[in-house]
Design a protein around this ligand. Structure first.
Ligand SMILES: *[C@@H]1O[C@H](CO)[C@@H](O)[C@H](O)[C@H]1NC(C)=O
Ligand SMILES: *[C@@H]1O[C@H](CO)[C@@H](O)[C@H](O)[C@H]1NC(C)=O
Ligand SMILES: *[C@@H]1O[C@H](CO)[C@@H](O)[C@H](O)[C@H]1NC(C)=O
Ligand SMILES: *[C@@H]1O[C@H](CO)[C@@H](O)[C@H](O)[C@H]1NC(C)=O
Ligand SMILES: *[C@@H]1O[C@H](CO)[C@@H](O)[C@H](O)[C@H]1NC(C)=O
Ligand SMILES: *[C@@H]1O[C@H](CO)[C@@H](O)[C@H](O)[C@H]1NC(C)=O
Ligand SMILES: *[C@@H]1O[C@H](CO)[C@@H](O)[C@H](O)[C@H]1NC(C)=O
Ligand SMILES: *[C@@H]1O[C@H](CO)[C@@H](O)[C@H](O)[C@H]1NC(C)=O
Ligand SMILES: *[C@@H]1O[C@H](CO)[C@@H](O)[C@H](O)[C@H]1NC(C)=O
Ligand SMILES: *[C@@H]1O[C@H](CO)[C@@H](O)[C@H](O)[C@H]1NC(C)=O
Ligand SMILES: *[C@@H]1O[C@H](CO)[C@@H](O)[C@H](O)[C@H]1NC(C)=O
Ligand SMILES: *[C@@H]1O[C@H](CO)[C@@H](O)[C@H](O)[C@H]1NC(C)=O
Length: 654
């Protein structure tokens, strides 16, 4: 059989080579194809000669879905021609019928290819900047490519080839293909461009260079959390000299830097916000620790920098730090060579304020320094201009309504240096309303069931000073505080679980929102209490004596059976085999027996049995009455007999 096996199992390029080697082994069929095989672009023209060395044949021709010929006699060449090859599965065959009537044929191997309409790159399930060390999947979408087995997808970062992917799937028709690449970018990859390229490697017969379509580049941004660059965390300086603290850090996005002074109790921190990576302090006099906080969207890190001040041995240590080291006090030295001691302070009076929203406030900032260039207040409201030749500046606001205000008193020293102190302000607001309700329930409660009470507090600030108190009558049941910090007013809901008993019927629950603003805050604490919530507690009937009762009854005596039970709602009663419907039942006299009563309400029912027994017969009194009356009758008979005997005479017959 002289048929070339056009294998449907191409396995990439080496299989293509095998296929081409196999194409030469067909000596038995006297047909030769020229060219022996073709790689054709979809829609291109094609022309193949089939020639024979045999001179005595009955005819030859091409059999194909397009471009087939009729059986031609007396020729040695037939040509298969298609102007526009668009049949993906075409398998043209050249055949010859020999003089003895035998036919042999040879299939012409043709590979039809098509470059993709579009190649695009994207990040799967992600948009925006990437984070260092996280895995992402890049996807390369290749539209309408054929044949799949000749496709090589190449991944590039810049010009560096990262990976190439081939497909073992065999497909003659065009397909959509998606290739993926896992990446875990590092900070150095920030700004890198990824590309993917679809290449058709169609073997030596195919076009050179390989037909290629490359995606648009994908620019990636790689973010990473801040990191400190190496730097000293302890700086030694001599007293009165200047010091520069280094807190250089890197990160993407570029981190924000914040210095906080952590030397004193910590509340009145001086804060410098900005991108400065060094903190210059002039004329250091006291040992101090500075915190430098570096933050970007991925994290925050803190470094402590200690400033150690050497005291020269010839100077007495008490010459320095004469001012108390409270956060409101700052000490500085003039820059003269001879250490002349000048102590000054900035003092706030009052040192911190608690103000009701909309109230007025006034704080004095005073200094003991007499030679300064001016002082003033910096604030969103009530700020002052720089005032010279004064020792006191006052910050006043008539209607304080800025929830986040941070007024700062500053002083400009003669050498141009500025010192400042921030006034801690707590602005508070009592709630607009405080209301109590039962969650997911209305109407009476049932004993032993759990209910959730909710306290809704509207528009309160600050949250961290709120105490929610729960009361039953005047008894404090629970108090709740909040760790959430919020300067602006918020709505808050507190809940309390209760499981009421029958004794709680009619009790009143209340919740109270209290603002505990510390010793500087108003006393007593501003408080808003909810309306009371009265609860009704239902419970099933119960007997004070639940056990069955046995009662004796004398003939003709009347007895009352007491089936009274307690319960809420008030129980109703039912007596077995009777229409009677009250708690107290008088059975018909002389009818001993068993009486069962049931007390019931909406919550439950309970039954009790009364057994009424007649008093036993053979009573002593009756006995003696019977004996006595028997004796009397006998005496009467004897007397009557004696009288009759006497009247009739001794011989008369009775
Ligand atoms: C096919 O044969 C014809 C003449 O017989 C010749 O002109 C043509 O160039 C040949 N084509 C190929 C592809 O060899
Ligand atoms: C080839 O055939 C296809 C489909 O039949 C058609 O869309 C295309 O225009 C043709 N091209 C030429 C060059 O005739
Ligand atoms: C690409 O594929 C070839 C073989 O097909 C291989 O030798 C080469 O290492 C591959 N390159 C990469 C970057 O994977
Ligand atoms: C290749 O074949 C496998 C198995 O038949 C299939 O899961 C996969 O989707 C195919 N790939 C393409 C690109 O068609
Ligand atoms: C990708 O980066 C290049 C060079 O940095 C720039 O020219 C191009 O506009 C960027 N493309 C996108 C989509 O941001
Ligand atoms: C750290 O401090 C020492 C001594 O104060 C100094 O010699 C050194 O240069 C400093 N290193 C850096 C990185 O600033
Ligand atoms: C930190 O506090 C010290 C005194 O405790 C003071 O001298 C210094 O100016 C403060 N620095 C900053 C940046 O707040
Ligand atoms: C801070 O100190 C460093 C070194 O002591 C100096 O180079 C720099 O100019 C100073 N910066 C400012 C704003 O004073
Ligand atoms: C700072 O601390 C060091 C060591 O703890 C000490 O020797 C030095 O006297 C201190 N300086 C001041 C001004 O207190
Ligand atoms: C205070 O300011 C608020 C908001 O600006 C305003 O609603 C309120 O009436 C003002 N109160 C007084 C007493 O001026
Ligand atoms: C209320 O809170 C205080 C402390 O915050 C606690 O000592 C007290 O026991 C609490 N009272 C109740 C009833 O939970
Ligand atoms: C019935 O019993 C209840 C309690 O069990 C009691 O309070 C009530 O007085 C009794 N009634 C009579 C009529 O004895």
């Amino acid at each position: 059989m002289c048929e070339i096996i056009f294998s449907r199992i191409f396995l990439g390029f080496h299989v293509l080579l095998l296929w081409m080697a196999g194409g030469l082994a067909h000596a038995a069929c006297p047909l030769e194809l020229n060219p022996p095989r073709l790689v054709v672009r979809y829609g291109d023209s094609v022309s193949v000669n089939c020639s024979t060395s045999s001179t005595d044949h009955e005819g030859m021709g091409w059999e194909a879905t397009f471009g087939g010929t009729s059986l031609e006699q007396d020729v040695i060449v037939v040509t298969w021609t298609v102007k526009n090859l668009t049949d993906w599965t075409i398998q043209p065959k050249c055949y010859i019928t020999s003089a003895d009537g035998k036919q042999c044929l040879e299939t012409f191997p043709v590979i039809l290819y098509k470059i993709p309409d579009r190649v695009s790159i994207s990040v799967l399930s992600h948009s925006g900047p990437m984070v260092e060390g996280t895995q992402y999947q890049l996807q390369c979408d290749i539209q309408n490519i054929a044949p799949l087995q000749n496709l090589v997808v190449k991944w590039y970062k810049g010009n560096e080839l990262l990976d190439n992917v081939t497909y073992s799937n065999v497909s003659k028709r065009p397909e959509d293909v998606s290739a993926t690449l896992m990446i875990s970018p590092s900070r150095d990859d920030d700004g890198d461009q990824y590309r993917c390229r679809a290449e058709l490697d169609l073997g030596p017969e195919g076009p050179q260079p390989h037909p290629t379509v490359t995606s648009e580049p994908l620019n990636i941004t790689v973010h990473y959390a801040p990191e400190f660059l190496p730097g000293n965390d302890t700086v030694e300086v001599s007293a009165g000299s200047d010091v520069s603290l280094d807190c250089s850090a890197e990160g993407n996005p570029p981190p924000e830097l914040k210095w906080t002074n952590n030397t004193a109790e910590g509340n009145a921190n001086e804060i410098t916000v900005g991108r400065l990576r060094t903190l210059n302090i002039s004329r250091v006099t006291a040992n101090a620790t500075y915190n430098c906080i570096v933050t970007n969207s991925l994290g925050s890190i803190t470094k402590q920098i200690h400033v150690l001040v050497d005291v020269p041995p010839q100077q007495h240590p008490t010459m320095f730090s004469t001012a108390p080291s409270t956060p409101e006090t700052m000490t500085t030295l003039p820059g003269t060579a001879k250490p002349k001691l000048v102590t000054f302070s900035l003092e706030l009076n009052p040192p911190r304020v608690v103000v009701r929203y909309g109230d007025s406030v006034s704080v004095n900032c005073s200094t003991s320094s007499t030679d300064h260039e001016g002082m003033g207040w910096e604030a969103t409201f009530g700020g002052t201009s720089l005032e010279q030749d004064v020792n006191v500046v006052t910050w006043t606001v008539y209607n304080l309504t800025d929830w986040t205000i941070e007024p700062k008193c500053y002083i400009n020293l003669i050498d141009g240096e500025q010192l400042s102190i921030v006034l801690p302000v707590i602005l508070y607001k009592t709630p607009d309303s405080v209301s109590i309700s039962v969650l997911n329930h209305s109407g009476p409660m049932v004993e032993g069931t759990q209910y959730q009470l909710q306290c809704d507090i509207q528009n309160i600030a600050p949250l961290q000073n709120l105490v929610v108190k729960w009361y039953k009558g005047n008894e404090l049941l629970d108090n709740v505080t909040y760790s959430n910090v919020s300067k602006r007013p918020e709505d808050v809901s507190a809940t309390l679980m209760i499981s009421p008993s029958r004794d709680d019927d009619g009790d009143q629950y209340r919740c109270r929102a209290e603002l505990d603003l510390g010793p500087e805050g108003p006393q007593p604490h501003p408080t808003v209490t909810s309306e009371p919530l009265s609860i009704t507690v239902h419970y099933p009937p119960t007997f004070s004596r639940p056990e069955a009762e046995n009662l004796d009854i004398r003939v003709g005596e009347e007895i009352t059976l007491n089936c009274t039970a307690t319960g809420r709602p008030t129980p109703l009663y039912r007596w077995q085999s009777s229409d009677f419907q009250e708690a107290l039942f008088t059975p018909p006299s002389e009818v001993p027996g068993t009486y069962t009563c049931t007390a019931y309400n909406q919550i439950g029912k309970i039954s009790k049995t009364f057994t009424v027994n007649p008093k036993p017969k053979g009573d002593r009194t009756t006995f003696w009455v019977i004996i006595g009356s028997g004796l009397g009758l006998a005496i009467v008979v004897v007397i009557v007999y004696a009288i009759v005997k006497y009247r009739a005479g001794p011989n008369s017959i009775i």
